[in-house]
Design a protein around this ligand. Structure first.
Ligand SMILES: O=C(O)[C@H](O)[C@@H](O)[C@H](O)[C@H](O)COP(=O)(O)O
Length: 345
């Protein structure tokens, strides 16, 4: 019987035997043709397997099982590590544009491309929007060719953050997106997931997470391979000059939220104070995250976020590291002006 100590024993077995492994490899002999390690002998005894000459088969068998275990251990460890990782990602791209018009066209191409790919692969495109100037930047999607070529009926639209105000309030991110994009393209109204604006921020966050959980169950929104988090096809974010993204502000407790998918705040430094926001685990579980930032006022935060990502980072934008996804920065020359030459060339 393979007992629960199986993995531990095999792990112990390899740890010790690296030396003899290398040694026998150098001598070009068959690896592990005789079992001389007590831990492996113990494992084989537990399984009632022979331990000497006829052991070649057993050795290969044990070695193969060990490799499988190691693979599983590595994979789960890797995923866990990456979710809380402090190491810089390599799947990051910085696109710097000479004009806002050029940026807007590139952004529209990028979104249309991801939409096409997701619809082809999954039948849906789950996109999360934020507020601010980002919405005017994606305005080109209402124009030709995108208004005709994008498969709008397959879009499912969410908010990475929302201000807890009435939907017709000028502060509402929903209203901003509706006026700037959603009312101008043929999205299906029931695919637009706005928050409940009749309840407290706390309740609105809970309800929003509940809706998300249903959609993840149905796989309208995909699920991360490393956690149970939703895996959005695309999360679009802006960034404040203080480095905040969505409604995750510097040094705010919401940045540490690891369990909830959607959290709430009552003290946003940027008005209005009551907001709901995706948490970092959700943002970092997305397939694609785009950070769209323009203007010289944000140049220093851009530099810090792109060039100073380290273990002691404090800017929320520095903490945006999609675990298995891709991060693209869309910048204009002004916001990129403090990047080192190799980034901004
Ligand atoms: O609801 C919000 O306030 C936004 O989601 C917020 O995160 C915004 O994206 C940034 O503050 C950048 O805004 P600007 O691009 O307008 O500066």
């Amino acid at each position: 019987m393979i007992g629960p100590t199986f993995c531990i024993k095999l792990a112990a077995f390899t740890q010790m035997d690296l030396q003899s492994f290398t040694h026998s490899s150098e001598k070009n002999t068959t690896i592990f043709t005789s079992i001389d390690h007590p831990t492996l002998q113990e494992v084989l005894r537990d399984w009632d397997l022979p331990s000497t000459e006829s052991g070649i088969f057993c050795h290969s068998f044990a070695l193969s099982l060990f490799c499988v275990c190691l693979g599983i251990l590595f994979e789960s460890h890797h995923c866990k590590d990456m979710a809380n990782s402090v190491s810089p990602i390599s799947n990051k791209e910085v696109r710097i544009h000479d004009s806002l018009d050029e940026l807007a066209t590139d952004l529209a191409d990028y979104i249309a491309g991801l939409s096409e790919m997701s619809v082809k692969e999954r039948g849906f495109f789950a996109i999360a929007l934020s507020g601010g100037s980002l919405i005017s930047m994606i305005g080109k999607l209402c124009e030709a060719p995108y208004n005709k070529t994008v498969d709008w009926a397959k879009w499912h639209i969410f908010w990475a953050d929302e201000r807890v105000v009435a939907k017709n309030h000028s502060d509402s991110n929903y209203k901003l997106a509706k006026d700037g994009l959603l009312s101008k393209v043929p999205v299906i109204p029931s695919h637009v997931y706005s928050i409940n604006d009749n309840v407290s921020a706390e309740k609105a966050a809970k309800e929003y997470e509940f809706i998300l959980r249903q959609l993840v169950k149905m796989r309208t929104v995909s699920v991360s391979e490393c956690s149970d988090c939703p895996k959005f096809d695309l999360i679009l974010l802006g960034m404040g000059h203080d480095g905040h993204v969505a409604s995750l502000f510097p040094l705010h407790a919401a940045l540490n939220e690891k369990e909830e998918w959607v959290t709430f705040i009552y003290d946003s430094p940027k008005p209005p104070p009551e907001r709901i926001t995706f948490t970092l685990p959700v943002i970092n579980s997305a397939s694609n995250v785009a950070l769209v930032v323009t203007g010289s006022a944000k140049a220093e935060a851009v530099r810090l976020a792109i060039e100073e990502s380290s273990s002691n980072c404090t800017l929320p934008a520095q903490m945006v590291w999609p675990t298995n996804g891709k991060l693209v920065w869309f910048l204009d020359r002004s916001s990129a002006s403090k990047l080192d030459a190799s980034q901004s060339a």
